[in-house]
Design a protein around this ligand. Structure first.
Ligand SMILES: Nc1nc2c(ncn2[C@@H]2O[C@H](COP(=O)(O)OP(=O)(O)O)[C@@H](O)[C@H]2O)c(=O)[nH]1
Ligand SMILES: [Mg+2]
Length: 253
């Protein structure tokens, strides 16, 4: 490497903003950290990005821990890269300190993308922060948009359990459920399914997947079965997301 880490170099908000707009990955990381820390230099740089903000497709991937969100995102990122689009991933870790191994797990799972500078992955931790996470997540998405990321995937735990309301940040919300969890599905119906545009029944390799798909199909228009670990159902999910975007664009949003 041999270069001075950007973290240690003094840099003005306007220069930081320029570097972000040029797509400089270290500048993107640096600015998101400043924003997470509520550093005034972060807000100053963010203001300078507004004029350049491009419109990315922002897709929320939400559901309970273990449903397979990160595995799906990994597959989606691969598929969008094949389309030649730059992909930003913001994983909001809302886990408690007790179960807090998720971030490392996500990093390892997404290592395939580590050498691809068309994929930017950022974890936002809840721990130790009170109330600021929703705002920081929003701001991170804006930074990634300004840096030219064309698809932004935001991973969150379900609505109501999470201080990030994914519906405010994403144009398309995908709820992920794993089959065989009766209580979970009931809870999803009450909350998440109301805001989801697309429901994914992941772990479609499990026997109980059929009945979960049948059950959910009575509640939501679009149910897609996937096996994220194998990539099954990913093209269908990509198409469903694209179709949702097209419909929204036609409707002028
Ligand atoms: N059998 C099976 N396991 C899966 C599938 N998708 C993910 N998993 C596994 O489920 C676990 C949780 O996945 P992860 O993506 O971390 O879930 P997240 O907590 O929702 O992000 C991991 O061990 C995955 O390998 C699938 O389609 N089938
Ligand atoms: Mg995850």
């Amino acid at each position: 490497m041999g270069t001075v880490p950007l973290e240690l170099t003094p840099i003005s908000p306007s220069e930081l903003a320029e570097r972000v707009k040029a797509g400089d990955i270290r500048a993107v990381s640096r600015l998101i950290t400043l924003l997470e820390n509520r550093d005034p230099a972060g807000s100053a740089a963010l203001q300078r990005l507004e004029a350049s903000t491009r419109r990315a497709d922002v897709i929320g991937i939400t559901g309970y821990p273990g449903a397979g969100k990160s595995t799906l995102i990994d597959q989606l990122a691969t598929a969008y890269r094949r389309q030649g689009r730059k992909v930003g991933i913001v994983a909001v870790d809302a886990t408690s300190p007790i179960t807090g191994g998720a971030i490392l797990g996500d990093r390892i799972r997404m290592q395939d993308h580590a050498l691809d500078d068309g994929v930017f992955i950022r974890s936002m931790a809840t721990r130790g922060r009170h109330g600021g996470l929703a705002r920081a997540t929003h701001e991170a998405v804006r930074v990634l948009e300004a840096a030219g990321y064309e698809v932004i995937l935001v991973e969150t735990v379900g609505v109501g359990q999470d201080e990030v309301d994914v519906t405010n940040v994403a144009q398309t919300v995908v709820a992920v459920v794993a089959p065989g969890l009766g209580d979970e599905v009931q809870a999803m119906k009450a909350g998440l399914l109301e805001v989801a545009h697309i429901v994914v029944v992941n772990k479609g390799d499990r026997e109980s997947a059929d009945s979960t798909v049948r059950d959910l199909s009575e509640w939501v228009a679009k149910v897609i079965r996937t096996v994220a670990i194998k990539g099954d159902g990913i093209p269908e999910l990509i198409e469903a997301i694209a179709e949702h975007r097209r419909r929204n664009k036609d409707a002028g949003t």
